[in-house]
Write a protein of this length. Structure first.
Length: 439
């Protein structure tokens, strides 16, 4: 028998790209590929790209440049670019980097087998369409290999919000939700393979409206159906928009025992003027009142958020409003970034904030966020939490997992296996994790 071909995938960006990379690996597995950790060993290299971060396309071109020597040594090596940069740049990638054999957008990767076969004839393969067929149904079933205790599951893609800073509507397309029965089947399959916690993914996941047995189902309805899956112990979801945080989803946080007490709900700014310029369609006040309702339903919930500082035309007064909002919410986790332009988005054409001022604001914001994160983490000392153990730690006899609040927790000299869900008493708080002992 011939040796299997080897596939190297490098994944950039969000959790949905992680999920997409898994599916690309699986569909190419049907063509005889097995994954390798080293590009030097690979017969095909795929870069699954993200367009959100600053200078995303240039970073991809730089990465491709590193493969020139490898391609010269192995002329049969195939190099592909997938994901959102592929969608945005298209044929330009092949023009700028002729070593690239294949470019595929995030809505077309189910066509990878045909594209890979085309490259084996010496031709280039390009597909950045938004096809009508359901890519999830076109993909082969997942092989029944054992999985770790956590997994991502995409339930919704695309976005209709058109925030002024964001390229997602252009690279991922309009909002599309998968039918509920297909999601339930995939979740059951994951559980059969060892998964105990599933994170539901979508660019705007709480806008989910997939077909159900009695008409369109909301995200809360989907969560309640997943709550019935035997062996599935934990449910999470990300990323949400404040405008789609419906009453039934808020209620589910207080009543659904498998839905974890953690919510990522980006606000981006605390200034109403900047929120309007961002086309966010909510105000700081409406966001704060929403947080109140969520905490009334689940008082111990840990909130997470996203922030952009230095957005075009942002003043110091606007930035102070963001600090005020952060001070009121007190996030357990938050992600903050300095604004950078995305070609083709409305904000790219507006007057930009001085880079030094934006840097200063980012540092001040991150200092406040870090203070709150540490306070919330330190408050866990002495509490009992439930930990899903995921892997051995760095020290001998140490095991590491996540609490229901998504804190990283490690225990030492404990008889516990990967995939076990155990109660732990927190004994100390470190910079980025908690230590505890089994109860």
């Amino acid at each position: 028998m011939s040796e299997p071909k080897k596939l190297y995938i490098k994944t950039y960006g969000c959790q949905m790209n992680v999920y997409d990379s898994e599916r690309m690996s699986e569909t190419l597995g049907g063509q005889g590929y097995v994954e390798t950790k080293s590009p030097e060993d690979a017969d095909m290299i795929l870069l699954n790209t993200c367009h959100i971060r600053e200078k995303a396309a240039e970073k991809v071109y730089s990465e491709l440049g590193r493969f020139k020597g490898l391609k010269a040594e192995k002329p049969d090596l195939k190099i592909g670019v997938a994901g959102c940069v592929a969608q945005a740049e298209g044929e330009e990638i092949m023009r700028r980097q002729p070593l690239v054999d294949l470019v595929v957008g995030p809505q077309s990767y189910h066509r990878l087998p045909e594209m890979e076969a085309k490259t084996r004839t010496g031709a280039k393969a390009l597909d950045t369409d938004f096809p009508e067929e359901d890519k999830f149904e076109k993909l082969k079933n997942r092989p029944k290999a054992k999985r770790g205790p956590t997994a991502f599951l995409t339930v919704q893609e695309g976005c209709d919000k058109f925030c002024a800073f964001c390229v997602v509507p252009y690279t991922r397309g309009a909002e599309v939700s998968r039918p509920a029965d297909r999601i339930i089947r995939e979740a059951q399959d994951l559980v059969e393979r060892g998964v105990r916690e599933i994170t539901l993914l979508g660019q705007n996941v709480n806008a989910y409206h997939g077909a159900g047995p009695k008409g369109d189902m909301t995200l809360a309805g989907l969560i309640w159906e997943l709550n019935k899956v035997d062996g599935l112990e934990r449910i999470r979801f990300t990323t949400s928009h404040p405008n789609d945080m419906a009453d039934d989803l808020i209620e589910a946080h207080g009543t659904c025992n498998k839905l974890m007490p953690y919510l990522h709900l980006p606000v981006q700014s605390g200034s109403d003027r900047i929120l309007k310029r961002m086309n966010r369609s909510h105000t700081a006040e409406s966001y704060l009142r929403l947080i109140e309702r969520i905490r009334a339903a689940r008082p111990d919930i840990v909130m997470s958020g996203d922030f952009i500082v230095g957005f075009p035309e942002e003043t110091e007064e606007d930035f102070q409003a963001t600090l005020d909002l952060v001070q009121e919410v007190k996030y357990g986790y938050a992600y903050s970034f300095k604004y950078s332009t995305r070609p083709g988005t409305p904000a790219a054409e507006r007057p930009q904030v001085d880079p030094d001022a934006a840097d200063d604001r980012l540092q001040r914001l991150q200092a406040l966020i870090t203070q709150h994160q540490r306070e919330i983490q330190d408050a866990m000392v002495g509490r009992k939490v439930s930990v899903l153990f995921e892997k051995p730690g760095r020290l001998a006899g140490q095991m590491v997992g996540k609490s229901e609040y998504l804190h990283s927790v490690h225990v030492s000299d404990a008889d516990v296996a990967v995939g076990e869900l155990r109660d732990v008493r927190i004994t100390s708080s470190g910079a980025n994790s908690l230590a505890g002992e089994l109860i």
